[in-house]
Design a protein around this ligand. Structure first.
Ligand SMILES: Nc1nc2c(c(=O)[nH]1)N[C@@H](CN(C=O)c1ccc(C(=O)N[C@@H](CCC(=O)O)C(=O)O)cc1)CN2
Length: 290
């Protein structure tokens, strides 16, 4: 078994970005600028936005964190987004999810200007990504593709099983793996938590690559996968003792894997790296650099 080291891959990608940014600055351009909106005091979100801002520093970007109380009204948040949309000095805007229940998440995502939507969640980017047009790709899915490419894991013609159908991971990774552009050309089965157990096992036991994003510790067990499988664990579950574990029973499943992502240190790191790539793309679009 070999580890797909997200930390190492992310550092390498961010170092490449930092070199490009240094070049742009030498030619007199301003730094790329990411703005992150954080609503409320959700502890994991605090940690994720901190990691995004830290990564901005490493990439040579300006990173701005805007905090709002969880009492903010949807209309106020929409106004703030409209302001940032109009601000020429911000290239990319993220609204950290989840949002408090009184705010409609989709209204917020729809309000972000597609050209600043570095999360790739806006219907325009999601649609363009699906159709193979230039788009910001949802960061976790994009990060998984970058990780597979970094370790030269073949995807072409492989049987991939995705478990979990969320808009931020399961759906986009299924599309990206099956498209004939991107990393692409895999045969993909998208399953989910309601998939009958027998059907799920029938799929996962034949899969060359299993990607799981269901938020249930230990969901993927040894008996569910074949020898030599590649396992990508997107889950980040915090146990009562403070330990972070994925959706895979790592200790037992790893024995059958050719490659597997650790948690922490796997896909989570790649999510942040992919956001940096998207921010650089937004910046390059703004300055007609590509
Ligand atoms: N607007 C968005 N909100 C959320 C997204 C997203 O892509 N855009 N995804 C997740 C959270 N997320 C990014 O925001 C994220 C998750 C995990 C990590 C990460 O680096 N995890 C570490 C461990 C984390 C820890 O120690 O606390 C790891 O896996 O090594 C980064 C970003 C939901 N919200």
């Amino acid at each position: 078994m070999k580890l797909l080291d997200g930390k190492k891959c992310a550092e390498s990608l961010v170092a490449d970005i930092a070199r490009k940014v240094a070049g742009y600055e030498e030619s007199g351009l301003r730094k790329p600028h990411m703005t992150v909106i954080l609503v409320g005091e959700h502890a994991p979100s605090e940690s994720y936005v901190k990691s995004k801002i830290k990564s901005c520093e490493k990439a040579g970007f300006e990173g701005t964190l805007l905090r709002f109380p969880d009492t903010i009204r949807e209309a106020e948040l929409l106004e703030k987004i409209a302001e940032i949309n109009a601000d020429q000095t911000t290239d990319g805007l993220i609204v950290q999810l989840p949002l408090p229940r009184h705010i409609n998440q989709q209204h917020i995502i729809n309000a972000i200007a597609p050209e600043k939507d570095i999360d790739g969640f806006h219907p325009t980017n999601f649609g363009r990504m699906t159709l193979g047009q230039k788009a910001f790709r949802p960061a976790t899915a994009y990060g998984i593709c970058k990780l597979l490419q970094f370790y030269e894991i073949p995807v072409w013609g492989k049987h991939c099983v995705v478990i979990g159908r969320s808009n931020i991971v399961g759906k986009p990774i299924s599309i990206m793996l099956s498209n004939d552009f991107d990393i692409g050309n895999a045969t993909v089965t998208l399953t989910h938590i309601e998939t009958p157990r027998e059907l799920l096992l029938d799929e996962t036991r034949r899969a060359d690559i299993v990607i799981v994003a269901v938020g249930i510790p230990g969901f993927v067990t040894e008996d569910m996968v074949k020898e030599g499988v590649v396992v990508i664990d997107v889950g980040i579950n915090r146990l009562e003792d403070g330990k972070i574990v994925g959706d895979v029973d790592f200790e037992n499943v790893q024995k059958k894997c050719s490659w597997i992502t650790p948690v922490p240190g796997g896909v989570g790191r790649m999510t942040v790296a992919a956001l940096m790539i998207n921010t650089l793309m937004a910046y390059q679009n703004n300055f007609d650099l590509v």
